[in-house]
Design a protein around this ligand. Structure first.
Ligand SMILES: Cc1cc2nc3c(=O)[nH]c(=O)nc-3n(C[C@H](O)[C@H](O)[C@H](O)COP(=O)(O)OP(=O)(O)OC[C@H]3O[C@@H](n4cnc5c(N)ncnc54)[C@H](O)[C@@H]3O)c2cc1C
Length: 346
């Protein structure tokens, strides 16, 4: 349930490390908290590198990022915040009583007394194939995700990309397709090494460093694709060659899009939002946290996102109640954990 008409103390936009930790810390500060994420899953940029082993979070020995993402989500749920997925926040209104309404790009409305923008580099969306006019093929056989393998049974498939999804799709489709070719602009793959090995040992035709240069087709269907080998500058080093295909699947990672937030009147840098040392922006009641925050001590790491989140929640708390303590009591002195501690000690 979205709780759209309910008034929240704190609404957090963005479900990456900063937003997730802010959701936890909002509970520590007894704030009625909602988190809204544009994508259908939580985790922010950490979902881009689930297999990477992360070494640089204090107190966390080397751990695969997928596990860190799961733990961040689990911690965020401690005080049962309302979570809304699949809504990109676009608009901000101030009501006469000083509360705010944020609106999604589809018109859903969320009432709140304070706001934290934990939006990273903007709402994460699949990067499109950078070829002019490519969108005209999207309805027919240019795809950015694979939902049903059966669609590709007996077909000739070309995949572009070198990350986890591209490699996983190549391995899955190899079992059903007539043929699978994969082009990647680098020799090195970022996908899980075991899956890369499996792909290279299979019938998948792997071409690196190669890129798609042109799509050919009458009307809205791609029939052939020109691919070219790249030199060290990323430019074609040989004349392109044409491959006949039934479908092209592209996975070039996620790109951020700030959308209409740039029109809110926030003081902005090129790709981030200015804030003071307490993470307050120039709009009263609106705070920032994580990669989107531009402040003198900014650390563009997961650890920095956590610190920003706690500071931003404390700022929001004292915006609503200037007499409130500067921070939440630490775990050992916090009565909120008494019951949970007893349950854990049993
Ligand atoms: C490949 C890679 C490797 C990295 N490795 C490390 C590492 O080893 N260690 C480390 O500490 N850091 C690492 N980082 C950096 C780390 O991932 C970021 O610092 C961290 O994810 C920032 O968290 P965030 O919550 O500020 O933003 P993000 O993780 O970017 O999350 C922002 C979220 O907000 C959502 N959003 C944006 N706009 C809207 C909107 N209008 N409405 C609703 N939702 C919205 C987005 O969809 C996204 O989910 C790496 C980053 C990358 C890309």
């Amino acid at each position: 349930m979205n709780g759209e008409s309910e008034l929240y103390d704190l609404t957090i936009i963005g479900g990456g490390p900063a937003g997730l930790y802010a959701a936890f810390y909002g509970g520590m500060r007894d704030m009625k908290t909602k988190l809204i994420e544009a994508r259908e899953e939580l985790g922010g940029r950490t979902v881009m590198y689930p297999n990477k082993i992360v070494w640089d979070i204090g107190g966390v020995p080397p751990t695969r990022c997928g596990q860190i993402t799961s733990r961040m989500i689990e911690q965020a749920m401690t005080f049962e915040p309302t979570i809304v997925l699949g809504q990109q926040i676009a608009g901000l209104e101030r009501l006469i009583d000083g509360t705010m309404v944020v609106t999604s790009d589809r018109g859903e409305r969320h009432h709140t007394r304070s706001l934290i923008l934990a939006v990273g580099h903007g709402a994460l969306k699949q990067a499109k194939l950078a070829i002019e006019g490519a969108e005209r093929f999207e309805a027919a056989n240019l795809h950015y995700s694979v939902t049903d393998l059966e669609v590709y049974r007996g077909k000739r498939i070309l995949i572009s990309g070198g990350g986890d999804s591209a490699v996983d799709w190549a391995n899955e489709l190899e079992r059903v397709a007539a043929s699978v070719a994969l082009v990647h602009r680098r020799n090195r793959f970022t996908g899980h090494e075991l899956n890369v090995k499996r792909m290279k040992e299979s019938s998948v035709e792997v071409r690196t460093p190669y890129a798609i240069k042109e799509l050919h087709g009458d009307g809205d269907r791609i029939e052939e694709v020109s691919i070219a080998r790249l030199d060290s500058e990323g430019q074609p080093s040989e004349p392109p060659e044409r491959l006949a295909v039934d479908a092209v699947i592209v996975n070039h990672g996620l790109r951020g899009d700030f959308g209409r937030i740039v029109d809110w009147g926030l003081e902005m840098g090129d790709w981030n939002i200015r804030a003071d040392a307490k993470l307050a922006t120039n709009i009263p009641g609106v705070f920032v946290a994580g990669d989107t925050a531009d402040h003198p001590g900014k650390l563009h790491l997961i650890a920095g996102a956590f610190a920003d989140a706690a500071l931003a929640v404390n700022g929001a708390k004292r915006y609503l109640d200037p007499e409130a303590p500067r921070a939440a009591s630490v775990s050992s002195h916090n009565a909120k954990f008494d019951e949970k501690n007893s349950a854990l000690s049993r």
